[in-house]
Design a protein around this ligand. Structure first.
Ligand SMILES: Nc1ncnc2c1ncn2[C@@H]1O[C@H](COP(=O)(O)OP(=O)(O)O)[C@@H](O)[C@H]1O
Ligand SMILES: N[C@@H](CCC(=O)OP(=O)(O)O)C(=O)O
Length: 374
């Protein structure tokens, strides 16, 4: 048994994501019998001391059924309405089933923005950690009422990875309708074989992972990407079939099942994890060649002198993308000056900051400690 599979036996904190393709009974509404079985397994794991956050899709598919619509609408506003209706059924199903195990659930609706805003991130983290510490199982989904991008991509895999970063989970378990990641999409390639273990972030996986089906949307492509994101805070990812009998308990026993995607690096410092896990940047700083070399080759901070242009709309403390003059992303980081001040100081030595702005904050535009190379 590989060392990483072995570690699942003793790991303490799991994010379990259940995808639309699995939850929705081939478009016939929620598969309540399956939900009941997964909840039994999750409750079992909780009794063993594993802290669980559940990320569950299915609200749109359930909403469509509840509203009596025959096909999935294309209009985003109708999908948002369906999500709001279906979410009621989803949380009701989890709450009712967890009650059989005398366990409370909590509804958490998040957007990617909640991860890129420092205050909201810290608030969400505090809530999730508190809920886990008092034995509650948080049930997370995207807040489809206030966002549209996420609905267009139909991707809760990324949300699962972001939650794994947020709570510093040991494992991200992505339950889906296939046995795991195969060498090609088994729906169109009957000869495809299962990948049992690989490195998260291995570029060869991207070529194998295709899109999803009608109900789920992201397919394996978003799962492979989620594994890479989760790995940044040290979490292993497992992609496995939610239809496999007792799948979560078997994984807990270290059984060879599904695809295990193992992080290459050890966990980063907490602050760096936060930066790496955030998708939505507020602006871009374009670096000259000297600044790129200083960051990439010498591990330096970014000084205003090495920046040629700034775009976007950001305040001090927000996340920005650092790119070279050809638009290639070099790094992401938390910026020390808002855009108006940044525009005034770029191209200048740091000692001029005070005369240019009338005050001096930091000498760096982005400090090394708050920066993660791409
Ligand atoms: N290499 C691959 N291995 C396995 N499944 C794949 C692969 N490429 C694409 N897929 C498709 O991804 C689908 C699962 O993703 P998706 O439909 O988004 O489900 P979920 O709702 O669980 O996220 C599978 O049904 C499968 O057809
Ligand atoms: N948040 C929405 C869509 C999310 C979704 O379908 O994601 P996925 O299960 O990764 O294909 C829902 O609950 O229906």
């Amino acid at each position: 048994m590989s060392e990483a599979r072995n570690k699942l036996k003793t790991s303490r904190r799991w994010v379990v994501k259940i995808g639309s393709a699995l939850l929705t009974n081939d478009g016939e509404g929620l598969d309540l019998a399956a939900i009941s079985r997964w909840v039994d397994q999750l409750a079992h794991l909780r009794r063993e001391g594993v802290e669980i956050v559940l990320v569950s899709s299915g609200s749109i598919a359930e909403g469509i059924v509840r509203l009596g619509w025959k096909t999935r609408p294309h209009e985003i506003y109708k999908l948002q309405a369906a999500a709001a209706v279906g979410q009621m059924g989803l949380v009701q199903a989890y709450e009712t089933n967890f009650q059989r195990h005398k366990t409370h659930t909590a509804q958490i609706l998040l957007t990617h923005e909640d991860h890129s805003n420092r205050k909201r991130y810290l608030n969400a983290q505090a809530t999730l950690k508190t809920l886990m510490s008092v034995g509650v199982v948080p049930v997370v989904n995207e807040n489809d009422t206030v966002v549209t991008k996420e609905i267009r991509f139909g991707d809760n895999d990324t949300l699962g990875a972001l939650v794994a970063n947020l709570i510093e989970a040991d494992a991200l378990i992505l339950l889906t309708d296939q046995d795991g990641l195969c060498t090609a999409d088994p729906r169109s390639n009957p000869d495809a074989t299962l990948i049992s273990e690989a490195k998260a972030g291995d570029a060869a996986l991207d070529a194998m992972a295709g899109d999803g089906g009608v109900l789920g949307q992201g397919g394996m492509a978003t799962k492979v990407r989620a594994a890479k994101l989760a790995a940044r805070s040290g979490a292993v990812t497992v992609i496995a079939s939610g239809r496999e009998d007792e799948v979560l308990l078997k994984l807990r026993e270290g059984m060879q099942l599904g695809t295990l995607l193992v992080p290459e690096q050890s966990p980063m410092a907490a602050r760096k994890q936060w930066i790496a896990g955030h998708l939505q940047a507020r602006g871009t700083l374009t670096l000259d060649a000297g600044a790129v070399a200083a960051l990439v080759e010498r591990g330096k901070s970014l000084l205003p002198a090495g920046v040629r242009a700034v775009t976007g709309s950001f305040s001090r403390g927000e996340m920005v993308v650092l790119s070279d003059e050809h638009g290639k992303v070099i790094a992401r980081g938390l910026v020390n000056y808002g855009i108006e001040d940044a525009q005034k100081i770029i191209g200048n030595p740091s000692k001029r900051i005070e005369s240019l702005l009338g005050f001096v904050g930091e000498a760096e535009l982005v400090h090394r400690d708050n920066l993660v190379l791409a």
